[in-house]
Structures are given as C-alpha cells and as structure tokens.
Design a protein around this ligand. Sequence first.
Ligand SMILES: [Ca+2]
Length: 167
Amino acid sequence: MLQLLATFFLAALNSHLAQPAPAATRLDVLQEIWNFDIQAPSCPNPFNSGSHELISMTLVGTAQHDVADIDPATIKIWSEHCAAGPVTPLRYNYDDKTTPVLPGPGCDFTSQAPDGILDLNVQFRKTDVQSGLGLGSCAPGTFVRVFVSAKLMNGCGIFGLDCVRVQ
Ligand SMILES: [Ca+2]
C-alpha cells in the first residue's frame, strides 16, 4: 500500500511539474523593450538638483512600436532594481521628437533628429523625480540609470532605459 501511495505521489508531482508556468510568469515573457530617451535630443542628460523645471522623457516610436498603443495612464519611472519609485508624469503629448537608438546596459546613448515617426513625450516635475528616485543623495557627475514601465492597450507590459547625469 505504501509503495502504491508513493507511486501515486510521484505521478502527481510529475504531472504538476509538466503544467504550464503560472500566468504571472508568462507576463514577464510578454514584456517588450522600447526605446526611451530622456531630454531628447540632448546627450548626456544633465539633471540639475533643486530645479523646479520640468524634464521631458520620450518613448520613441518605431515601425514596430506604435506609441498610440501605449496607455499613458500607466507610465511610471523607477530607479535601478526598482529601489526607488515609481514617479508618475505630470502630462504627456505626441510629437516626432527623435529617432530610436539601440538600448544598451550603460549610459552611452546618442540622440538623433526626428525621423517622421510619432513619439510619446512625458513631462515630469524635476522635484518629483529627485525625491521619488532619491537623486538628491547622488554626488555631482554621477550617472543614474532611469527605467520606464508602461502597459500597452492590450495589457502587454513594456519597459525602457536611459540615464541622467546628476549636476
Ligand atoms: Ca520619432
């Protein structure tokens, strides 16, 4: 009887392991990387601590990525590893502001001129970004990676990356 129970348990365990991954795991797979450009077309992106101005950040449209598919209400920015944030934008607008560049792990991006494809520009209060991402404690000249997350109208998650240089 004991052997029969052990066999049943192993069969149930194997069956469980063969099941598809939970939905939460599959959503991670669906996430897309989009081009994200802070203060386009300037580079590097100086961030003046204590400034009460707005800072512009752009989700860059491409032939494959139509910015009209983004739900603007879901746009948020975060610090590395989501250690700080999110910060939500004050407002947004659609404009052809720049050309996409391939995202990389560092802060060595270059910005280009408009390319005829619509981009989604979001404006944040610098004071919100400074306090929300903890930039006030960064030494002048420090490059800080800023991550953006959002959802498309179909629910797919997207994210992007750019940097600011704290002044
Ligand atoms: Ca563009």
